[in-house]
Write a protein that binds this ligand. Structure first.
Ligand SMILES: NC(=O)C1=CN([C@@H]2O[C@H](COP(=O)(O)OP(=O)(O)OC[C@H]3O[C@@H](n4cnc5c(N)ncnc54)[C@H](OP(=O)(O)O)[C@@H]3O)[C@@H](O)[C@H]2O)C=CC1
Ligand SMILES: CC(=O)N[C@@H](CCC(=O)OP(=O)(O)O)C(=O)O
Length: 346
């Protein structure tokens, strides 16, 4: 059995990790980390875990946790994982960080966009960007995985094959993205109150959102040249889900079949990527509770642009599911173990 510890188990991403790992046949959760609920029973924090979890919450002592666990998940605010990680810990346990601490390779870019000092820049080059469908072989060898977030996973996977195949101009990409409110975490904030969110949709972080450089960096690797994009996130009144609508100018004269072939070249054997049929647009409802990413596209020859669309569940493929997928790879397990979740509907 793999012994797993979760720092930040009481947040939304951490709670989803608990749900998935409880259903994983090769994993035992040995540490339910928290900051606010130390010594409280986990099932009192999340009553849906009544009779399923007997453990009480523990602190974020990563040193002690590394002696008890084979893998540590950090589902915590930006900066925490970088402030705790060190060589002793990494010798004892593998780390999968759900925050952005190790996603960007350039520490200056991290500090500029996150407005915090990076406490462990020495691990930036070693950390593997855990987008399994793209970096699978590196993830298998890694002891420190930077788990990509919800907006970025959906955006990158929707656009990646067309940049790799030189079908679109990377510098014309516009990503319009929407997120359910669980994307903002469980912490109480006025912006996320029912009356603020319900019956309304708003853009936020316009031209400044911290996911912009992460998407640009990864799309740049795919394109083979630096890419600058527009990224506009929106908050929508639903619990879960990310929907990405991305636009780009075509630089090749392509048919629907050509574009489909490009997507298939990279994704046809990917268990968690579902390429939708012609003229079918993804919906968050079709992936809810699952680790799937649904992708569709439409060519607009009138404007010489293509519209790429993706949907995923922000807490599963956008966070905890992807983290479990990474763990499976790091421990030599079947990548889909514990993740063959059927989307719920309605
Ligand atoms: N929500 C989402 O859809 C996604 C989130 N993520 C990332 O996952 C991470 C967690 O996000 P999310 O679950 O939404 O956030 P939440 O606010 O819901 O949870 C934060 C968690 O971190 C704990 N925590 C906060 N501060 C500290 C600290 N100083 N020391 C130890 N633990 C601390 C909290 O503990 P307690 O409650 O006990 O105080 C809680 O368990 C973030 O980095 C986020 O960017 C990534 C992809 C998607
Ligand atoms: C709706 C909402 O507020 N979403 C969060 C994204 C949360 C998240 O997933 O952050 P990471 O991907 O960086 O881990 C935000 O925009 O900051």
């Amino acid at each position: 059995m793999i012994k797993a510890g979760i720092i930040g188990s009481t947040g939304y991403a951490g709670a989803e990790l608990v749900r998935l790992l409880l259903g994983h046949k090769d994993v035992e959760i040995v540490w339910y980390g928290s900051r606010s609920y130390i010594d409280k029973r986990y099932s009192e924090v999340y009553q849906n875990m009544f009779r399923l979890v007997e453990n009480v919450c523990q602190d974020d002592n990563m040193k002690e946790l590394a002696d008890a666990a084979d893998v540590i998940f950090t589902a915590t605010p930006q900066g925490l994982c970088a402030s705790l990680v060190n060589e002793d810990i990494l010798k004892k346990a593998k780390i999968i960080d759900l925050s952005a601490d190790f996603r960007l390779k350039d520490v200056k870019v991290y500090e500029e966009w996150y407005k915090i000092e990076h406490r462990a820049p020495q691990y930036l080059s070693e950390a593997v960007y855990g987008l399994c469908e793209i970096n699978r072989e590196d993830v298998k060898q890694s002891r420190l995985v930077a788990n990509p977030g919800c907006y970025t996973t959906c955006s990158i996977l929707s656009v990646y094959p067309l940049l790799k195949e030189g079908i679109i101009d990377g510098n014309t990409v516009i990503v319009d993205a929407k997120s359910g409110t669980s994307g903002a975490g469980r912490g109480a904030k006025v912006d996320n109150l029912f009356c603020e969110v319900n019956e309304s949709i708003k853009a936020y972080g316009v031209a400044t959102h911290r996911h912009t450089p992460e998407i640009e960096e990864q799309l740049g690797y795919a394109a083979g040249y630096p890419v600058t994009i527009n990224f506009t996130p929106h908050l929508v009144p639903m619990n879960r889900g990310i929907l990405v609508t991305a636009y780009a100018s075509l630089i090749k004269d392509v048919s629907w079949e050509d574009v489909r072939a490009a997507y298939e070249k990279y994704y046809k054997d990917e268990y968690f990527i579902r390429l939708l049929d012609r003229d079918v647009c993804p919906q968050t409802k079709w992936v809810e509770g699952s680790n799937y990413v649904d992708i569709g596209f439409k060519l607009d020859h009138r404007t010489n642009r293509i519209i790429m669309m993706g949907a995923l569940d922000n807490l599963v493929k956008g966070a905890a599911g992807q983290a479990v997928q990474n763990m499976n790879l790091m421990f030599g397990l079947d990548e889909t173990e514990g993740l063959r979740l059927v989307p719920m509907f309605p």
